[in-house]
Each structure stands twice: as structure tokens, then as C-alpha cells.
Design a protein around this ligand. Structure first.
Ligand code: XUL
Length: 542
């Protein structure tokens, strides 16, 4: 008898499902529904709704559930034995909020398998679209909440992060201020993760401590809703939020809708969904301190496991709950893969050509730097999009390709200093991590080994592993996280990309050059021209 587990990841651009066979230690199937390609009637671009004001970024919750149904249809069409799946856990893009009216609960309880989810749930929203993590339109609300909590440091100490434009609390406050009637008619506000879990459950699912920490509403120490934060955000909010639970809690069994329609077993267990980054923590096997991960997805994130709470009082980083019940630290960039793609596309390159350019251009790039704020940025906070080039011509193909990749990692190195000592090894994940030439630049800049695993979809894999862990715990079969991650993350098969140590001093200097460029653009610092000239003289004069 083999035990199968399903991990789902509802991310910005697609929904991924991974089925693992626990006994063979193998990933059996990976499915992906790309929103733009497979659900074109929503007219989304890269999974999001584009507004004139690029600080406002929403998506369609109905699109996510249509994708869910489509993914299950694929499983049926390919004769996957859905009935053998013992448990399901999930992952959602973090921070996004879904606003539902009083019909939601009722409709969910009585779903008719002969009709689609979209048709039945269409009337259950008090807000048709969901602001997602890419939204940066809540500067004012961030300020108001932060002030009400006594300033930046108390806000961080209470919630684990400073107020951030994309975080759920400021987003909820904005909705309440701009549409008080809509807010009033909202019965429950879900995160993407708890919303998707609710659909599978056939009732309102709780929010887990991992994703709950990305709201500016949960007390990071007690892991309960914080009354001060709730009051600072919107009235009566406590009655509109689901309860909080451990990420490893079993929240029930799958709704009869999915049993009848797709052939799931009625006792398929559901584990609380969490955010994509907490899931990835498990999906790359970060269950001990000392190692960090670099996730190159729609967002680029840099994160690590931490046993004890340790906060970034400078306000750029976050602390979330880890699926193990401990904590994780994280910084997040909005200009991740889409920024790399913008540069690639602007010169009509494919990824191979992009890589070729990276290989043949020199580390240090003759001091050419780009501050790639194609979209408003999260770290450092930049609300006005705009690309700034230093010593770099807009039409210089080679210069721009190397500059975008180097600048992203220089920024990451600079802004992750608070996470602690320099990492001894970095685990790479996410779609962008399949490109070794990009990872080579990261290895050189961080001056550390980068380990590339063969499963870039670490959030979905992490969810599947979480499903297995909670299932076996519930059956009294004690399997440690270490055993689980060792089984599925074949360290032997991973590839190590070693840094070229001769560039260590060059990049130590270049981080400072990058800092000077940032200071100039964001903090009225001196123009970095002279700095840049010295850098070029030191490393590039023959
Ligand atoms: C993390 C964040 C992003 C999203 C992307 O704080 O905002 O990584 O989770 O899905």
C-alpha cells in the first residue's frame, strides 16, 4: 500500500499541484495551470489585473478557484487515482485578501457537484477582486496603523514587521475607508491561503501562523490576533477574521463536492494552508538554522529558518511563522523575475541568449549599475516606479543584462545583513533557479555555495510534505521533519554552484557602490560618479 499526498500552490501566475508517493520517496506528478494561458477570459496579465496607477494590483479570486477545478479535471482525465490521496495541504501567495459576504458559508456547505464552483460562488463576494502582495497603494494606511501602534519599533515588536503596503491589515483599512458599505457587508476576510482551504473544506478555514504573520494583525509572540492592531485597522474586525491555528493542524476532511465530482476519498484530510514562503521553507528543507534560501519567482525572496524570535528593528525584513511551529525571517523584492524578463524582452533575447551574455560579461560589469524599479519596490521602499542607470546606456545589451542580475543580488546582499552572519550555503528555488548562470552571479556576490535542487516548485512540494507530516502525526507514526525532507530532497542529486573567490573583494566594493547609488536616488546622497570612477580604475583599467 502506498500513501499519496497532494500539495497545491496558488501563486501569482499559476496554480501548481504536486503528488508525492511517500513510500517510494518520489514525486509522482506535477501539474500546473497558468492563469493567463488557460483562463484567458479573465484577461489577467501575469495573473494580475493591471490598473493605470501601477501601485494598485489586484487579482480575481474566482480565477483561482476555476484553476483549482481545472487542475482536478486534469487529474481525472489522466486517470490519477485521486481516491488514494490521504491528505492535502496548500500554499498561497502571501498577504492577498479575499472579501466574502454572508452567502459564502451557506453556498460552500451546499455545493452541487453538477455545477461549477465559479457559477455557485460568483455571488459570495463583497469585493469582486482581491488586492495582492504586489499592491503598494496603502502608504497612508500604513502610516496611520503604525502611528496608532506607537511607531515603527512597537509595530515590529507586536506584529513581526513594520507596516507594509502589501500587508493585509493596511489593505483591509483601505477597503474600510474607501468602501465602508462594502466593508460592512463583508462577513469574513480570508487570505488567499485560507480562502482556497475553505473551498476544499466546504466551510470557513482558519488562517495559519505562517501566513497570519504577514498581516500586521497577529501578535508575533503569542500568535493570537492582537487587539491593538485590530483596533488600529478597522472596526469590528475581530468578527470578520477566521481563527488562527498552527500550520500543522488538521482542519477537517474534504468537502463532499470534491468527493462526488472528482473521486476523492471522503476521509481525505485537509491541513491548514500557509503562505508560499513558509511552504518553500519546508520544500527546500530549511528546518535548521544556519542556512538560507533564495527563491527566484514572480517575487524574489531571501529567507531562513529561525528557532527563536529575532526581529529586524530597521524595518525592512519580516518574521513569519514557520510550518514547524518556529519562525522564519524574510525579505521580499517585487522586481524579481518580471524585471529580469523586462530586460530580456527589451533586447529580444531568449533565456539561452540571456545566459550567454551573462557568461561572457565580466563580474563587476565595468561598474555599471541599475536600480531596477520597473514596479514600485518593497525593499528598499520605493513607491514611485522608475529605472535608474549609472554608467549604463539604455541600449547597451550586455551591460543591462549583467546589471539587472548583479544589481538584484547586490541589493539582496545589502538588505539581508540583518538576518545575521553571512550564510554558509544558500539553497536556490523558484522558476528562475533553473538558470545556472544567474545562480553563478549570486554565488559570486554572496561569496558562498549555492545549492540548486531539481524541484523548483518548492512551495507545492513543501505543502505535500506538510500534508504527509500531519497525516502521519495524526496516526501516531512519528516521522521527523528531517526524515521527510531527506527523503524527498535528494541532496546527492542537487548541484552546487561554487563562488569564484577571486571576485570577493570586487563584490565587497561593489555592494558599497550599489549602496551609494541607492543613497543618491532614495536618500539624497551624493552622486556616485566619483565612487564609480574609482571602482572602474581599481578593477577594469588594464
Ligand atoms: C512575501 C511576498 C511574496 C508573495 C509572493 O512577503 O510578498 O513573496 O508571497 O507570492
Amino acid at each position: 500500500m502506498s500513501d499519496f499526498f497532494l500539495g497545491l500552490d496558488s501563486s501569482t501566475q499559476s496554480l501548481t499541484g504536486i503528488i508525492i508517493n511517500f513510500d517510494s520517496g518520489k514525486i509522482n506528478h506535477t501539474y500546473n495551470i497558468n492563469f493567463d494561458k488557460e483562463l484567458p477570459h479573465y484577461n489577467a496579465q501575469n495573473g494580475v489585473i493591471v490598473f493605470d496607477d501601477d501601485r494598485v494590483v489586484h487579482s480575481y479570486p474566482l480565477m483561482w478557484i476555476e484553476a483549482l477545478e481545472k487542475l482536478f479535471e486534469k487529474l481525472v482525465n489522466e486517470n490519477i487515482n485521486i481516491g488514494k490521496i490521504k491528505a492535502i495541504a496548500g500554499s498561497g501567495q502571501q498577504h492577498g485578501t479575499v472579501y466574502l459576504n454572508q452567502a459564502f458559508k451557506e453556498v460552500l456547505h451546499n455545493l452541487n457537484p453538477d455545477e461549477s464552483l465559479v457559477k455557485q460562488l460568483g455571488g459570495a463576494f463583497s469585493r469582486a477582486t482581491s488586492p495582492i502582495w504586489m499592491d503598494s497603494s496603502t502608504f497612508t494606511q500604513c502610516q496611520e496603523i503604525r502611528e496608532a501602534l506607537g511607531g515603527m519599533k512597537p509595530t515590529i515588536t507586536i506584529t513581526g514587521s513594520n507596516t507594509f503596503e502589501r500587508f493585509s491589515g493596511p489593505q483591509i483599512r483601505k477597503f474600510y475607508q474607501e468602501n465602508p458599505k462594502g466593508y460592512e457587508s463583508t462577513s469574513i476576510i480570508h487570505l488567499v491561503s485560507s480562502f482556497m482551504a475553505s473551498i476544499l473544506l466546504g466551510g470557513n478555514a482558519p488562517i495559519d501562523h505562517g501566513d497570519g504573520a504577514g498581516m500586521n494583525l497577529m501578535n508575533i509572540e503569542t500568535k493570537k490576533w492582537d487587539e491593538r492592531a485590530l483596533n488600529a485597522t478597522a472596526p469590528n474586525l475581530i468578527n470578520k477574521l477566521p481563527p488562527l491555528v498552527n500550520s500543522y493542524d488538521i482542519i477537517g476532511t474534504i468537502s463532499p463536492y470534491f468527493v462526488k465530482k472528482f473521486g476523492f476519498s471522503a476521509d481525505t484530510q485537509l491541513i491548514a494552508w500557509s503562505g508560499d514562503n513558509p511552504n518553500s521553507l519546508i520544500g527546500v528543507g530549511l528546518i535548521q538554522k544556519g542556512k538560507v534560501a533564495l527563491s527566484l519567482g514572480t517575487s524574489d525572496t531571501y529567507f531562513g529558518y529561525i528557532k527563536n524570535l529575532s526581529l529586524d528593528l530597521n524595518g525592512e525584513g519580516h518574521v513569519f511563522g514557520a510550518p514547524t511551529g518556529d519562525y522564519m525571517s524574510l525579505i521580499c523584492y517585487k522586481n524579481g523575475s518580471l524585471a529580469r524578463e523586462r530586460v530580456k524582452d527589451s533586447f529580444n533575447l531568449d533565456w539561452n541568449q540571456f545566459s550567454e551574455v551573462l557568461k561572457k560579461t565580466p563580474p563587476g560589469n565595468h561598474g555599471k549599475i541599475i536600480l531596477p524599479y520597473f514596479q514600485p519596490e518593497i525593499v528598499p521602499l520605493v513607491l514611485q516606479s522608475g529605472v535608474h542607470r549609472f554608467g549604463l546606456d539604455e541600449n547597451d545589451v550586455e551591460g543591462n543584462v549583467r546589471a539587472i542580475v548583479e544589481s538584484q543580488f547586490l541589493s539582496m546582499r545589502l538588505h539581508s545583513e540583518w538576518i545575521g552572519e553571512a550564510p554558509r550555503e544558500i539553497y536556490a528555488t523558484g522558476g528562475g533557479s533553473i538558470n545556472r548562470d544567474i545562480l553563478q552571479v549570486a554565488a559570486d556576490i554572496f561569496s558562498t555555495n549555492i545549492r540548486q535542487f531539481n524541484v523548483p516548485a518548492s512551495a507545492a512540494l513543501g505543502a505535500a510534505l506538510r500534508a504527509a507530516k500531519s497525516h502521519y502525526d495524526s496516526k501516531g507514526r512519528n516521522i521527523s521533519w528531517q526524515e521527510i525532507t531527506d527523503t524527498f530532497l535528494d541532496i546527492q542529486k542537487s548541484v552546487v554552484i561554487e563562488p569564484n573567490r577571486i571576485y570577493k573583494t570586487l563584490y565587497n566594493d561593489m555592494v558599497e557602490l550599489y549602496r551609494a547609488c541607492e543613497d543618491f536616488v532614495l536618500r539624497k546622497g551624493e552622486h556616485p560618479e566619483l565612487f564609480q570612477k574609482k571602482f572602474v580604475e581599481k578593477y577594469f583599467s588594464s
